[in-house]
Design a protein around this ligand. Structure first.
Ligand SMILES: Cc1cc2nc3c(=O)[nH]c(=O)nc-3n(C[C@H](O)[C@H](O)[C@H](O)COP(=O)(O)OP(=O)(O)OC[C@H]3O[C@@H](n4cnc5c(N)ncnc54)[C@H](O)[C@@H]3O)c2cc1C
Length: 258
């Protein structure tokens, strides 16, 4: 884990309200695994006091990309950074996805800003694995399509692609591929992850063989396990909690209670 002042070198609005910021940090960039995150101090003063966590969206040489929408004060300050200004970043944090286990087909499942970690995951998997991506949102304006390979879309209002949620789309489509060894990588709101988890358990009870890692989200402060502010229940022991920042944010879906 390193801490650096990183210059904002590029800022793009990749679709309405969704921003991509490219930060220069050679020291951190070379250490990042897909699924890890940065904890960013968005201003030089004391306000806001807490750092804000963001998934690493991509790494291009010494540039780290983050993707975000303006949500509250921290993301508003971040979105107003000028090219050449700096932010203080702490990273890489968390465990990241395990990409080296045994599977033939990588399935990406993303809801809303859960799209953020997939460009770097794609870059790391490219040419080694077949990939199918399922991405959802309330309407087509909210679906983030950025750099997903072999993309299938679900919108709840039916404005594009399948009408319904992304997990329903996945359930319909994946039946065609159940002869393959499948690994699902999911990132999105916890409600979406819960229904992914239920579906994977059902498939496996029916004798299929899917593995699944989910990237979870929680309010957090320090980002590396000291403050204990981001507990998530261990599914194997009701008296034990794991930490999203240190033990996650990526978990095998069987290891946590969503
Ligand atoms: C691992 C991880 C990866 C993420 N990746 C992305 C991403 O790629 N893109 C993206 O847009 N968003 C991402 N998020 C969410 C992102 O961190 C929030 O959108 C962001 O913190 C909002 O900050 P804000 O100041 O704009 O909002 P605000 O609502 O003003 O502030 C939210 C922040 O306040 C603090 N906070 C609020 N309540 C509590 C509490 N009860 N206890 C402790 N702290 C509290 C936390 O630091 C929290 O993050 C991620 C979150 C996590 C945990």
């Amino acid at each position: 884990m390193l801490i650096t002042n990183s210059v904002v070198v590029e800022f793009l609005e990749i679709q309405k309200g969704i921003f991509l910021q490219k930060l220069k940090s050679p020291e951190i960039a070379e250490k990042i695994k897909p699924g890890q995150f940065l904890n960013i101090k968005v201003s030089e003063g004391y306000y806001p006091l807490l750092r804000r966590p963001f998934s690493v969206c991509d790494v291009e040489d010494d540039l780290i990309h983050i993707m975000f929408a303006v949500y509250g004060e921290g993301t508003k300050i971040l979105a107003n950074k000028k090219i050449g200004e700096t932010v203080n970043i702490l990273g890489p944090l968390g465990n990241g996805f395990n990409i080296d286990d045994d599977y033939d087909l990588a399935v990406f499942l993303a809801g809303g800003l859960g799209a953020a970690p997939f460009p770097y995951l794609t870059r790391k998997l490219n040419n080694n694995k077949e990939i199918i991506s399922f991405v959802g949102g309330r309407s087509n304006k909210e679906v983030i399509k950025y750099q997903f390979p072999n993309l299938l879309i679900a919108t709840e209002d039916g404005s594009e692609g399948f009408k319904g949620n992304v997990v329903q789309l996945f359930e319909n489509e994946i039946k065609k591929f159940l002869d393959k060894k499948i690994k699902v990588f999911a990132c999105g709101p916890n409600g979406m992850l819960k229904s992914v988890s239920n579906l994977i358990k059902r498939f496996n009870e029916e004798g299929k063989n899917l593995t699944c890692e989910v990237s979870t989200e929680s309010a957090m402060a320090c980002g590396f396990g000291i403050c204990q502010g981001c507990p998530i229940q261990d599914s194997h022991d009701p008296n034990r909690y794991l930490l999203v920042c240190k033990d996650g944010p990526v978990f095998n879906v069987n290891d946590i209670e969503l």
